[in-house]
Design a protein around this ligand. Structure first.
Ligand code: TYM
Length: 330
């Protein structure tokens, strides 16, 4: 049976957090047997905001080690670094020529990030979604598991696939986003109105490498809602609903069961349980990240193999794309 192609990626900027794990990585692991999976460390995306070159190189390895530590199996999927397959950038350029200014201006991530950077906004940050579309379309991807914040980018990838196909003839598969029913948007612990993000203060997120005492402190100090009931109601109780979502993913208990288990108990008891569950979820991941980083030779081998597999597919696709567009010589 031919398995459908699945593609996703994470930027190697800094440390990954439980939002990345619950929104993206956890579902990747669940899908690796069902789909033909490509998991990319998207370093070309990372440089759309300034990076320290030394730190970036280390973060690329950290991110790859995290992919393995959460349970991605290099025998089942290709794990590789985006910049090592230059066809991503080439297709990104070609897609930028059929992308309209207004389509990029509408992107909320661009609006948010450019506000933070003021005058220093680079063109790369603006055209970021065309590169992301290239990542996806290059591999005939059907399914893209991501958190909710990426929906708009994937919508653009769909538009560009259709536009290219109608302009140059059938070339690209039109991809589909796949998001968690609960957990597609994990919110900040210090402010449940903003999403959990590595660019926020440490009190906002739990890093996958946080030690148990840090996890406990961050959860115990997290913002709560008024009232005292443990009830899932993101509109009225955004902070507790966020903790319930995290607990649901850490324990696999249903939301209903969680509400029942904590009936009559207070926020303090619930937070303690969340801290225990998150610690238990992250203990083996933290340990495995360290182990993979201690064995760089093995990590390099996995990334070499992933790069070769990705490059084979990307080369074939780009031959077709160049021909369709009329680039180069016959
Ligand atoms: P990035 O690196 O910001 O985040 C990686 C993944 O984690 C998800 N995520 C979250 N999910 C739930 N709650 C949160 N608070 C949260 N924060 C992050 C993101 O939705 C994402 O799935 N542009 C992408 C990377 C990318 C990509 C691609 C993804 C580049 N090319 C092609 C899919 C396909 C990004 O910046 O993700």
């Amino acid at each position: 049976m031919i398995r459908q192609r699945l593609f996703s990626g994470i930027q190697p900027t800094n440390i990954l957090h439980i939002g990345n794990y619950i929104g993206a990585l956890k579902q990747w692991v669940d899908m690796q047997e069902k789909y033909d999976c490509m998991f990319c460390v998207v370093d070309l995306h990372a440089i759309t905001v300034p990076q320290d070159p030394k730190e970036l190189r280390q973060n690329i390895l950290n991110t790859a080690a995290t992919y393995l530590a959460v349970g991605l199996d290099p025998k089942l999927c290709s794990i590789y670094v985006q910049s090592e397959v230059p066809e991503h950038a080439e297709l990104g350029w070609i897609l930028s020529t059929i992308t309209r200014l207004g389509e990029l201006e509408r992107m909320t991530q661009f609006k948010d990030k450019s506000k933070k950077r003021g005058e220093k906004v680079g063109v790369g940050l603006y055209s970021y979604p065309t590169l992301m579309a290239a990542d996806i379309l290059l591999y005939d991807t059907k399914t893209v598991p991501v958190g909710e914040d990426q929906m708009q980018h994937i919508e653009l990838a769909r538009t560009l696939a259709r536009r290219f196909n109608s302009q140059f003839g059938e070339t690209f598969v039109v991809p589909q986003a796949l998001i968690q029913k609960v957990g597609a948007r994990i919110m900040g612990l210090n402010d449940p109105k903003v999403k959990m993000s590595k660019s926020e203060a440490p009190a906002n997120y739990i890093a996958l490498t946080d030690e148990p005492d840090v996890i406990r402190k961050k959860i115990m100090r997290s913002v709560t809602d008024s009232g005292q009931e443990i009830k899932f109601d993101p509109g009225k109780k955004p902070a507790i609903s966020n903790l319930i979502t995290i607990y649901h993913h850490a324990t696999e208990k249903s939301i209903k069961q969680i509400e029942n288990d904590f009936q009559g108990k207070g926020y303090g008891d619930f937070k303690k349980a969340v801290a225990d569950a998150v610690t238990e979820m992250l203990d083996p991941i933290r340990q495995d990240i360290q182990d993979y980083l201690k064995d760089p030779a093995e990590l390099q081998k996995i990334l070499d193999k992933g790069r070769d597999a990705a490059h084979d597919l990307a080369c074939k696709k780009m031959c077709l794309v160049r021909k369709k567009v009329g680039l180069g010589r016959a």
